[in-house]
Design a protein around this ligand. Sequence first.
Ligand code: NDP
Length: 277
Amino acid sequence: MKQVRLPSGELLPALGQGSWYMGEDRSARKDEIAALQLGLDLGLTLIDTAEMYAEGGAEQVVGEALAGRREQAFLVSKVYPHNASRQGAIAACERSLRRLKTDRIDLYLLHWRGSYPLAETVEAFAALQDAGKIRHWGVSNLDLADLQELWQVPGGSACAANQLLYNLGRRGIEWDLLPWLRQHGVATMAYSPIEQGRLLRHHGLRDFARRHGMTAAQVALAWLLAQDGVIAIPKSVTPARVRENAAARDIVLGVEQLAELDRLFAPPTGPTPLEML
Ligand code: NDP
């Protein structure tokens, strides 16, 4: 399976699992845990969550899914911008660790840019790293200007990843942000890789998928996996879809197929404001 290298040299699987909307409804809990565990069994070992999701509920679900198999997973969580102060980020991380029932988060991200200076958040992340509570840190929803500012902050260039809205229908980052991230060795995590399901209604994509013997979700995921330095984190609580998504790893889109997708979903022709969900 394709892997993406972090600045430290560590390799991550390029297809993982999301967890937004998990933990909101107790009656769905068993299915959510089972879906995450099925994904782990299939090698989707990178699991993305956040303190925001169900206000800690998703982290609890992930913690339960990882019971007895924490070592198999690369765990990503995120701090709310309003908790991202020097002290606040440390306290938030400790709460996340308790909900996740683990002693460390593998990658801890600033969920989006808020009002605390980046320098303060970076200081907190460095302190958490020194304490062994997080292994790597990164950001989410930061655009090029934010990253350039981050690189001026002491320790800011230790940022390992930027998690961004990126899928066939949202290609704006290809203009300047994605090239910059590649140039600086920062991993890109593509969130909402199938646009929360909406992309699958696209007629051209459905037709493409039918003609090439794939599902529309598999095309969307295989296309992301074809992009250098990009990790995709689809979320599903439906076992058949978890399997379908995992199988996208085996699809290698050819040059002709990629060109056809470029005609269906045009790459950017100029700078595009960063989009987020
Ligand atoms: P996705 O693009 O992953 O889509 C998830 C939705 O699509 C769910 O409703 C799921 O349904 C459905 N789905 C999944 N696979 C299939 C399939 N093969 N066929 C048909 N439907 C399918 O959206 P998300 O917004 O969840 O993004 C993925 C993850 O990225 C999140 O869960 C979260 O971890 C992260 N994220 C991060 C953000 C950030 O700001 N950093 C913002 C948004 C997301 P079902 O579960 O019912 O099967």
